[in-house]
Every structure is written in C-alpha cells, then in structure tokens.
Design a protein around this ligand. Structure first.
Ligand code: NAD
Length: 498
C-alpha cells in the first residue's frame, strides 16, 4: 500500500522516521494508504531547505512572484476534477462540496496575485528640510502553517499563497488525515514556476508540530484547528518569540426573529447546519428562534427536511452530505447525541441509526435535530462537529444576543430578520468575528479577513485579506536626508519638527 511522504526542496521525499498513520477513504471505510509522520530531524531538513531558498525569492520582483500565482491558478483549473475527487475520497465530503473547498482557496490565490500593489509602502516627500520618509514591507523569512482536516485545499492555500507572494518560504504541516491534496498543491506550485524550497510540505503529528514551534529559524506560525491545540500552538510559538495567529473551534448561532421569512431561514439552516456533515468551522450548530410561535414554526418546517436529507458516498453528485472523516468522529457525534438526550433536550430527529446501503463500513451518520436545548447543556457548550443542530428557544432579541455573546466561542453568527434596525443593532453589539444578516455562512471573501473572536481565535491579525500581508511581512521605516553639501553642525537634542 502506498506511503505518502513529504515534499521538500521541490520534490517528493520518503519519510525516514519509521512512523506512519493510516489514511482512510471515509465513504467505504477502507484504508487508502499510509502517511509518513515526520521526525524533528525531517522538519529541520525542510527548514534548512527553505532558509537557503528564501533570500533569492525575496529578491525576485513582486510581479514575477505574482505570475507564479497566476500560472498556479491556471493549473488548478486544469486539474480541478482530479483534485476534487482526491479531496472527496480522503475527506469524505461530496465532489461538488470539494470543488467549493478548492474554489475558496483559489480566491485567496487570486488576492495574493495582487501582491505588487498590496506590498506597496508609504512615502512622505519633504517631511523636513531635505528629509523624505518612506516605509516598506519586507518578508519575514521562513514561516509555517499547520492546518486541519476539514478544508484540505482551502486552508493550506489561505496560508501559503499570501505568505509566498510576500516573499517568504513556507513549511506546511497539513492534517495527517487527508494529506493528498496539500501535496498535489505543492507539486502544482513547482509546475507554476515556484523555485524549489519555497513551499515545503512536511506530513506529521504532534512531533512535527512541536519541531516547527521550537525551530528558531521559523519566524511566524499560522494555525487552524481545534481550540485546545490552537491555544497550545499560540502559547508555545509566542514563548519562542514567533509571530502567531491560531484559529480554533466554533459554536455558530443563527438567531431567527419572528419577522424572518421562515422558508428562507429553514433553507439556510439546513444547508449551513448539515452541509459537509457539519464539519465546517462556520457551520450553524445552534438555532435560536425568538418567541415560542417562531420556535414551533421553525421546528415544524425543519424536522421533515432533516429527516429527508440525502446522505451518500462522496462520489454521489446528488447527495446533500457524505460520511464523517473517521470512525472515531462518528462515535464522538453519537456520544454527544446520547448526552443530549440524557441532559433532557428533546431529540426531534435521531440520525444515530442511519446505515448507508452498499457502504456499510463507511463512516456515516444521519442528520439529527434537538429542540429545547438549554445553555447549561454540554451539547450547547461544546463543539460537536457533526450533522447535529441544537435549538435553543429565546424569549426575545436581547436573550438571543446574550446567548451568542456569552458563549466561549465567537467565530461566526447569523441573524434572520426583515427589520433593518434590529439587524444593525445586532451587528454592532454581537461579540463574534464574522456576522451574517440573512446569510448563514458569512465567510468573508478573500479581500476581507477571516477570523473569530474569544476562544475561536488567538493572536491579533486575521487570515487572508489585508491582515495576511501584515502578518507575513514586517514594516521598515526609512528617514532619509540629503543635506546641502555646505550644511554643518551637530544636534544634541532629539530631532523634532518645529
Ligand atoms: P485538530 O486540532 O485535531 O488538528 C489541527 C492540526 O493540529 C493538524 O495539523 C494536527 O496534526 C495538529 N495536531 C493535532 N493534535 C495535536 C497536538 N496534540 N499537538 C500538536 N499538534 C496537533 O483539528 P481537526 O480535527 O483537524 O479540525 C477540526 C477543528 O478545526 C474544529 O475544531 C474546527 O472548528 C476547527 N477549524 C477552525 C477553523 C477556523 O478558521 N476557526 C477553520 C477550520 C476548522
């Protein structure tokens, strides 16, 4: 069976640690192959390669760096079908959803292709006699990204595209559960003209992550994954003096006001709550209908839709969602449903018994819907990361807003209403990083930034958009004076502008 290795210095290299992990095909439950788990020495070798290649890349003019991005965009379109199929087979999401995963990454590469403009500094002419001031952005050097299983195309591109466009060399440590697509992206970057050593993929687990965090030659670390690991990575990286931004888990609320168009709200929640089997950090996992009548109407319309969800193998183009990523993930979600019923929530639709005919060993679970969930319950407080929606009934707008504000996570949130004043007040007062008005998955487009608040994000700068250029560069400010040749005289006081 094939063992997937690493991609260092522009070529595939076999792992040497002797440690591997199984890579599954969730739709059948079969093992597809193994992935090598890097040792600290293998991470060091990748960093050495990156360090040697980076200065010349930083010297390459930004238009040439942008052209690599543009060529990469052509190649990813050329290979779109095969990448989407590989992604669907390793992750479990459906092929159309896999194409969306690729596309949302592509949009950040398009943004990064604007790097000649994005990296421009500022200039002040004649700030003093013969004095001009200008600022420039310079790349950091070698930087790293550690990414989760749930978007194996999009999140690696969110990380490496802006970093590389800015002139850095990049070490990518993707999820060990679906390593195929990140490696494919690295191959395409080389085919697009990227010099070897600028994008390196090191597969692995905690050993590789720790080796990245402790390596003094890595200047910055970007992480996306669960909150405990995000916090750990942030703490350890910053202890070593690195720049870090680390994005974690979520519990995204959708507030449904009594005046909302209920059909549109139900359409929105069924896609946002159950798409990709709920394995999105921006999935809606809590519905908050405001008022008993709204809640009754909501459950009445939503329950038959959840029962009718079409679950299928990843290659079924008509399926609403496919399997979960692992057998353990299925067990974890089932446990949460058990816990919810024990805690006293009303299980309106139970997906635990779902079996996929012809794919009995696949990692499937049906959609589940809870009503009468309360804020003290674990199924409300914790991230389930599966096709399970918790409904918490709120008596009024203030209570719905307070729920979202008091929750420890603050990634995404949505409000459905026809009242502009209510929507505006909600946007102003909600303590969440990404807000949707009548739109359930408010993932900002590539030229805005992406990031959650509270325990959904650690660090100051967000991902993609203008923040990514700030994150992957440091600013230098030059004060330049060209005095007349006959000017003389020493100054002993701090220079000021009089
Ligand atoms: P995860 O935290 O298990 O893994 C993420 C990365 O950390 C992987 O590369 C993994 O190898 C590494 N890792 C795992 N355990 C580690 C450890 N003990 N020490 C060091 N490194 C370790 O997350 P996941 O299951 O791959 O992804 C799902 C999670 O990611 C969910 O919580 C989801 O909400 C979150 N997520 C967040 C965002 C966001 O932008 N906020 C986006 C996507 C996913």
């Amino acid at each position: 069976m094939a063992i997937v290795g690493h991609f260092i210095g522009g070529k595939h290299v076999a792992g040497t640690s002797g440690r591997t992990a199984d890579v599954y095909q969730p739709m059948t439950g079969e093992v597809r192959g193994q992935v090598a788990l890097a040792s600290a020495a293998e991470v060091r070798a990748a960093v050495e390669n990156a360090k040697a290649a980076q200065p010349a890349w930083a010297q390459t003019n930004p238009q040439r760096r942008a052209r690599v991005m543009m060529r990469f965009l052509e190649l990813i379109q050329r290979d779109n079908d095969s990448i989407a199929e590989l992604l669907a087979r390793e992750h479990g999401k459906t092929i159309p959803d896999a194409k969306g995963d690729i596309q949302r990454g592509v949009e950040v590469v398009e943004f990064a292709a604007g790097i000649p403009h994005l990296m421009k500094g500022e200039y002040t002419d004649s700030a003093g006699p013969g004095i001009d001031i200008y600022s420039m952005r310079q790349p950091l050097g070698v930087v790293a990204g550690i990414t989760p299983f749930n978007f194996p195309a999009m999140i690696p591109m969110w990380k490496f595209a802006p970093a590389i466009a800015c002139g850095n060399a990049f070490i990518l440590k993707p999820s060990e559960r679906d390593p195929g697509v990140p490696l494919r992206l690295a191959e395409l970057m080389i085919e697009a003209g990227l010099p070897p050593g600028i994008l390196n993929v090191v597969n692995g687990d905690k050993v590789a992550v720790d080796a990245i965090l402790d390596n003094p030659d890595i200047e910055a670390v970007g992480f996306v994954g669960s909150t405990p690991i995000a916090e750990y990575v942030y703490t350890r990286a910053t202890q070593h003096g690195k720049r870090a931004h680390c994005f974690g888990g979520a519990k995204n609320h959708m507030i449904i006001m009594p005046d909302a168009d209920m059909d549109q709200a139900v359409d929105a929640v069924i896609g946002a709550g159950y798409g990709s089997a709920g394995q999105r950090c921006m999935a809606i996992s809590v519905a908050v209908p405001v008022g008993e009548a709204t809640a009754d109407a909501f459950i009445k319309k939503l329950a038959p839709r959840v029962e009718a969800l079409k679950i299928g193998p990843s290659t079924d183009m008509g399926a609403d969602f496919g399997p979960l990523v692992t057998k353990e993930a299925v067990q974890r979600v089932k446990n949460y449903i058990d816990v919810g019923t024990q805690e006293g929530a009303k299980l309106v639709v139970d997906g635990r018994g779902f079996k996929m005919q012809g794919y009995e060993k696949g990692f499937y679970i049906g959609g589940s819907l809870f009503d009468n969930v309360t804020k003290d319950m674990r199924i409300y407080k914790e991230e389930i990361f599966g096709p399970v929606l918790a409904t918490v009934r709120a008596k009024d707008f203030a209570e719905g807003l307070k729920l979202a504000n008091d929750h420890e996570y603050g990634n995404g949130v949505a409000i459905f209403t026809r009242d502009g004043g209510v929507a505006r007040e909600f946007c102003a007062r909600v303590k969440v990083g990404m807000v949707g008005v009548n739109t359930p998955i408010p993932v900002p487009l590539a030229y805005y930034t992406f990031g959650g608040w509270k325990r959904s994000g650690f660090g100051d700068l967000n991902q993609h958009g203008p923040d990514s250029v700030r994150f992957y560069t440091r600013t230098k400010t030059v004060t330049s004076r060209w005095p007349a040749t006959n000017e003389r005289g020493a100054e002993f006081v701090i220079p000021t502008m009089k």
